[in-house]
Design a protein around this ligand. Structure first.
Ligand SMILES: [Zn+2]
Length: 228
């Protein structure tokens, strides 16, 4: 008769790997099931202090995309649907909000958090949107509300990663988003934070921000987990 505790432990082993998601070294016992990175890899993720001035808006970015462990957390969030990685991501975001003045940008406004939407066919295929995951973490830390259905992606853009030139990326994203029909008046005079997982050329973020601003939003900032 198998011991039920052993069975439970073996099931947990399947769900929570014993190897660091980044360097694949064996994690030290007892395993921190909420971290999934070894201490060294987690410690390698530098937390930013700055708010980055981008053309036309301010960008909050918890860490940098060039850090391998940060890239791997995003990879597991985006392609492997690995819910456990939300915990280390949340820890890094929390540290950024403490160290930077990002929250102070909105001292006089209660902004609404708007994740960059996926094209609907892509979201059906994938079943989730990693930008919504990051938005959920930011909302949890700040108490600001999320508005997941304010923007709509009206066409399936080519993967930005396959386009090298910034001009190609901007062109690829032009006109990709609209305000959801019936919510055109909703944005007028409000403050928003557009959220994505990563920021590289900025084409996606800029396009989403442009739609909210031209719809009459008072102020719009951007927020990502990792900036390129
Ligand atoms: Zn490691």
């Amino acid at each position: 008769m198998p011991n039920p505790t052993n069975i439970k432990e073996r099931l947990l082993d399947l769900v929570f790997p014993k190897l660091c998601l980044n360097c694949h070294r064996l994690l030290e016992e007892p395993i921190d099931k909420e971290n999934l990175l070894c201490g060294r890899c987690f410690g390698s993720i530098v937390v930013n202090r700055l708010i980055f001035p981008e053309p036309g808006f301010f960008l909050g970015s918890a860490t940098l995309y060039k850090i391998e462990a940060a890239r791997n957390l995003i990879h597991f969030l985006k392609y492997e649907d690995f819910p456990g990685v939300k915990h280390p991501i949340a820890k890094i975001i929390k540290a950024y909000l403490r160290k930077s003045a990002f929250i102070d940008l909105f001292r006089n406004a209660k902004p609404e958090i708007v994740p960059v939407p996926l094209y609907f066919l892509k979201s059906i295929n994938r079943g989730f949107n990693q930008a919504e995951d990051i938005a959920e973490v930011l909302a949890g830390e700040t108490g600001w509300p999320t508005r997941n259905r304010l923007l709509r992606r009206i066409r399936n853009t080519r993967s930005q990663a396959k386009l090298e030139q910034k001009s190609e990326r901007l062109e690829n994203m032009a006109g990709a988003f609209i305000l959801k029909s019936g919510l055109e008046e909703y944005v007028v005079g409000k403050s928003f934070i557009v959220v994505d997982d990563v920021y590289t050329s900025g084409a996606t973020m800029s396009e989403a921000i442009k739609v909210l601003k031209s719809g009459g939003a008072k102020s719009v900032a951007g927020f990502v987990f990792a900036k390129g």
